[in-house]
Design a protein around this ligand. Structure first.
Ligand SMILES: Cc1cc2nc3c(=O)[nH]c(=O)nc-3n(C[C@H](O)[C@H](O)[C@H](O)COP(=O)(O)OP(=O)(O)OC[C@H]3O[C@@H](n4cnc5c(N)ncnc54)[C@H](O)[C@@H]3O)c2cc1C
Length: 461
């Protein structure tokens, strides 16, 4: 598929379909040319800001007719080249669709437009004593989070986007508007189109509205930090905690390099050793009991004293630091970019998987750190590369591919939460098999026959 550039006539015709201003300004094009990955940027032909489902429908119907590629753009924080317009066309900017449409505390539901960010939503929900739980490190849009099937530090307790998106309004490639799902806890009505669109990375439909499940803010929250002599001890402790069934709200692993980066970036003074961060949610008594049980388990794995806090400021600072781990790694290597792996394995394989990744990375020259949502069996290696040396990126790609093949052989997945994007197209075939990928392609062809929606992602166009 070759690159598509819009003619001045096409730009002026699209301009008539929306109330905002189509942009071909170089800095706006550049802003929409990349995500947070190390993928080389590609500029779109134009950036089209939309503010309603109707405008999205108008633009898609036009682009479908003229076979113009459309790449949805939320906050641009994805990590596999997702928003890079590989084949030109338009970047459809959804950040103007930022209204919180309905808050229903009694139903524990909210309805939002796709461009609302998770932090803006939680600021609003705090007034009602409720919160939206999915928290990728970045302040992503809820449309982007649904499109990537995002997860985060609290997934072990509250689930990922796949569990928390109840219903959607979405626009198909030809401009048809569909509504999927209901605000009910149970649903058995036909094919599950909500979960087909969640995780489809903007290749099947553009999400314009989402109904999301929310939770009551727990009566008590407390955090704890424990250090371990080795990376393996920490991971094995996390595995044992999960197996015990204790209701942890968060359990995050950071290797000594991550802690070193955070100490410098966040001005913290943590001991530079493999570390687990925990959080507990519940009644005051329940939190104490859960923490006590975890404390007993970590001591069996040579864990340090349990550094515990229920002070709100301290707790927030700890998790802010965890969410800043990616930026801290980059700050430790000015001018560099990070390649983030996203492997996940069944819990019983976690310790072997993390040790395998560490050994492989230690045998190469690239600086790296390892962290992960270990209670979900999901971990990330952040590998540092010099963007001015494209050969490094190819070398890292091969290293990551080798690790991923081993992970798949263990029964794991190439991506627990970031998605396939342009980066894991080959790995998807190995993981699911050519037959399953062929079914995915048939679905894509049915919903998007001209292949205009985010071409070059998930499959080669
Ligand atoms: C520091 C850092 C930490 C991160 N930690 C995590 C983590 O813990 N867990 C995790 O899951 N991710 C994590 N990520 C990755 C990223 O935040 C998620 O992938 C997030 O879901 C992307 O949302 P976004 O709004 O930035 O989407 P974008 O990057 O703008 O888009 C992502 C994809 O979704 C499509 N898309 C966007 N909006 C829509 C829409 N309305 N309809 C259809 N398709 C759409 C785009 O075309 C693209 O394919 C992290 C990223 C960073 C930079």
């Amino acid at each position: 598929m070759s690159r598509v550039d819009l003619s001045p006539l096409q730009i002026s015709e699209i301009q008539k379909l929306i109330s905002g201003k189509v942009s071909t300004n170089q800095s706006v094009l550049e802003q929409h040319s990349h995500d947070e990955s190390a993928f080389p940027p590609v500029i779109p032909s134009a950036v089209v800001p939309v503010i309603s489902t109707q405008e999205v429908s108008n633009v898609l119907a036009y682009c479908n007719l003229h076979k113009i590629p459309v790449v949805a753009f939320g906050a641009g924080t994805s990590l596999e080249g997702h928003v890079v317009p590989l084949h030109g066309g338009i970047s459809l900017d959804l950040t103007g669709m930022n209204k919180i449409l309905e808050v229903s505390p009694d139903d524990l539901l909210v309805r939002v437009e796709a461009g609302v960010t998770r932090m803006a939503l939680n600021t609003k929900l705090a007034n009602d004593g409720i919160f939206f739980s999915v928290d990728p490190g970045a302040d992503a849009t809820l449309g982007g989070m649904a499109a990537t099937g995002a997860a985060g530090t609290t997934t072990v307790r509250y689930g990922s986007m796949r569990e928390n998106v109840m219903a959607l309004t979405a626009v198909l490639a030809d401009g048809t508007v569909i509504h999927t799902g209901r605000g009910t806890r149970k649903l058995s009505a036909g094919y599950d189109l909500t979960r087909l669109i969640v995780g489809s990375e903007g290749t099947l439909a553009i999400i314009t509205e989402l109904t999301l499940r929310v939770f009551g803010i727990p009566e008590k929250m407390a955090a704890a930090v424990v250090r371990f002599p080795t990376l393996n001890d920490g991971v094995a402790a996390a595995t044992a905690i999960v197996r015990s069934g204790i209701a942890i709200a968060r359990c995050e692993f950071l290797d000594a390099q991550c802690i070193r980066n955070l100490n410098s970036h966040e001005k913290m003074g943590m001991l530079e050793a493999p570390t687990l961060f925990f959080e507990f949610h519940g009644s005051p008594q329940g939190v104490i009991e859960d923490a006590q049980s975890v404390k007993e388990i970590v001591s069996e794995f040579a864990g340090s004293a349990f550094e515990w806090t229920s002070d709100e400021g301290e707790r927030r600072k700890l998790w802010q630091a965890r969410h800043n781990a990616h930026w801290a790694a980059l700050a430790a290597h000015p001018g560099m970019r990070g390649v983030s792996t996203d492997m996940a394995v069944p819990m019983s394989q976690l310790s072997v998987a993390v040790s395998m990744a560490q050994e492989i990375l230690e045998s190469h020259r690239f600086p790296f750190s390892i962290l992960g949502h270990v209670a979900d069996g999901n971990f990330h290696c952040s590998i540092i590369t010099d963007p001015s040396k494209p050969s490094e990126r190819d070398e890292i790609r091969e290293i990551v591919h080798a690790m991923t093949m081993k992970i798949i052989a263990m029964g794991g997945t190439c991506t627990g939460e970031h998605g396939i994007g342009a980066g894991k197209i080959d790995e998807l075939v190995v993981e699911t098999g050519a037959e399953a990928v062929s079914v995915m392609r048939s679905i894509k062809k049915t919903l998007d026959p001209h292949w205009i929606l985010n071409p070059g992602k998930i499959f080669v166009a």
